[in-house]
Design a protein around this ligand. Structure first.
Ligand code: SAH
Ligand code: SF4
Ligand code: F3S
Length: 475
């Protein structure tokens, strides 16, 4: 292949949205690479700019359109540049994408990622703007994202693994079921094979992905469910940590709660969105649980696993949310004291049921409520983090800290970021740290004793014990 041709095949991917999108982009990068294209981290080098989009809130959509406007300038300078828009917003707008952003050459929906190389070829062959937004019954498995290739969301030791696609819940505010299609679980054998392959490449931690992982297995010919899948994954040797997202409270069974006490590799953290603290609002949202149900599940989780960290999503200003309803949300937060909370202002989304609901909450009031809620959460996050000071925690080391490259950073099993001083050799290892400081977004730790680095379960590291206090770490 000539030099010029080579440059022509460089692509750049910009990802918006949730972890599912991050993972879809990783897979898209693999598909493109296998088709002979080459990924570049520098958009100025790319002839193909692919934007993987999100449509969850109108502000996200606006941000994406502004970004596309910036990419248009590259195209103005170099007409050979192809701009492709894929994922949820592309699925939502379909053909309108070409009128709203007329410089776009290619629109691919949430089920068309595997087709992108062919679609790009069609654009290049002069077939004009090309679109594939069909929602398919069966989406081909997009294959395994290898650690080396993917440059995934977090680190070389962590990987995202899709266990199910789509969503059947139809919460009245949410576009996802319309954009990602019906819920489909992947066969467990396929998931296990993927994780085994990842572990062979050095992955130590995985996050299982789905809009509602708790209903995993529904509709599969095999007799399985989410706790059974977790138990199978827990048996994969050399895998250290299992996480999952997202859990839906209505499908959180006792069997899953027990997994937290039973499965050693399952990290002590659950992301369990509650959305609202008032039953009236929960019913209008079609969430399928009450405030009492939610709090009972939190109690069960804490009984089974007292140190579990709990995070959630919440929304303010859903149509009809009164001051009284909002107080119920704050009261639920006081009761639970979440470790972390992702809070959103309700955003009206075309095509959803809630569009027809009256009693819209004015934007100014939605803003006011969000601010109050976030201040309360900051207090809770601070308290939960402070409670860890003086404790010993296991941290899987990601690598150099972003703020200070001399320092290392990693995550606790409870998904908290810890920064500490230590040798780079610890990257990818699990170490025990004593927590010496706690802030809103991170913790500070110290290796138990600089001479006594306790490296857990790391096959590449040979541990030699010189004296009871000193453990040597060698490569
Ligand atoms: N499947 C996950 C959530 C996916 S969307 C679940 O059910 O928990 C992530 C979060 O975005 C949601 O939990 C919700 O809090 C928020 N969200 C979804 N639609 C929204 C809307 N129309 N306006 C504001 N926030 C929204
Ligand atoms: Fe949206 Fe509800 Fe499905 Fe989550 S469970 S993706 S909020 S419809
Ligand atoms: Fe956004 Fe689609 Fe995820 S709408 S939140 S990218 S499933």
């Amino acid at each position: 292949m000539g030099r010029e041709n080579f440059a022509d095949r460089r692509f750049f991917i910009h990802t918006f949205g949730c972890q599912m999108n991050v993972h879809d982009s990783e897979q898209l990068a693999n598909i493109m690479t296998e088709a002979g294209y080459e990924q570049t981290p520098d958009v100025r080098q790319a002839k193909i700019i692919l934007v993987n989009t999100c449509s969850i809130r109108s502000k996200v959509a606006q941000k994406i359109v502004s970004q596309l406007g910036r990419y248009r300038r590259w195209k103005d300078k170099d007409p050979e540049v192809i701009i492709g828009v894929g994922g949820c917003l592309a699925q939502h707008w379909g053909r309108d994408m070409f009128t709203k952003t007329p410089y776009v050459d290619l629109v691919f929906g949430t089920h068309a990622f595997h087709e992108v190389p062919q679609l790009v070829d069609m654009v290049r062959a002069g077939h004009g703007p090309v679109m594939d937004t069909e929602l398919r019954e069966e989406i081909p498995s997009l294959g395994i994202c290898t650690a080396g290739k993917n440059g995934n969301g977090k680190t070389k030791h962590h990987s995202l693994v899709t266990i199910m696609q789509g969503c059947d819940n139809f919460c009245t505010y949410c576009v996802v079921p319309y954009l990602r299609g019906r819920e489909r679980s992947r066969p467990s054998a396929e998931i296990i094979r993927e994780i085994e392959a990842l572990v062979k490449q050095g992955i130590r931690e995985i996050t299982l992905l789905g809009q509602n992982v708790n209903s995993y297995g529904r509709g599969l010919p095999e007799e399985t469910n989410f706790p059974k899948l977790l138990a199978m994954i827990n048996d994969i040797s050399e895998l250290e940590r299992i996480r999952f997202t997202t859990s839906h409270p209505k499908d959180l069974t006792g069997g899953l709660v027990n997994c937290f006490g039973r499965l050693k590799k399952l990290c002590e953290h659950i992301h369990l969105p509650f959305q609202a603290g008032s039953d009236r609002v929960l019913t209008r949202m079609n969430r399928g649980y009450t405030r009492k149900d939610y709090l009972e599940r939190i109690t069960a989780l804490r009984q089974c696993c007292p140190d579990i960290a709990i995070s959630a999503d919440v929304m303010v200003g859903f149509p009809g949310e009164t001051a009284y309803d909002f107080d119920a949300t704050l009261a639920l937060m006081e009761e639970v004291c979440f470790d972390n909370l992702f809070s959103f202002m309700y955003s009206e989304r075309e095509g959803t049921v809630a569009v027809s609901f009256g009693e819209k909450v004015p934007e100014k009031e939605r803003n006011r409520r969000l601010k109050i809620l976030q201040e309360l959460q900051d207090r809770h996050t601070w308290e939960r983090n402070q409670a860890l000071v003086g404790k010993d925690v296991d941290v899987l080391v990601d690598g150099a800290s972003k703020n200070d490259p001399q320092e290392l950073t990693g995550r606790t099993r409870t998904n908290k970021i810890v920064n500490f001083a230590g040798p780079p050799i610890l990257r990818g290892k699990t170490v025990t740290l004593n927590i010496t400081g706690a802030y809103l977004h991170s913790l500070r730790g110290e290796l138990k004793s600089p001479a006594a680095i306790n490296v857990h379960k790391s096959p590449e590291v040979i541990l030699g014990r010189k004296s009871p206090e000193v453990i040597l770490v060698q490569k």
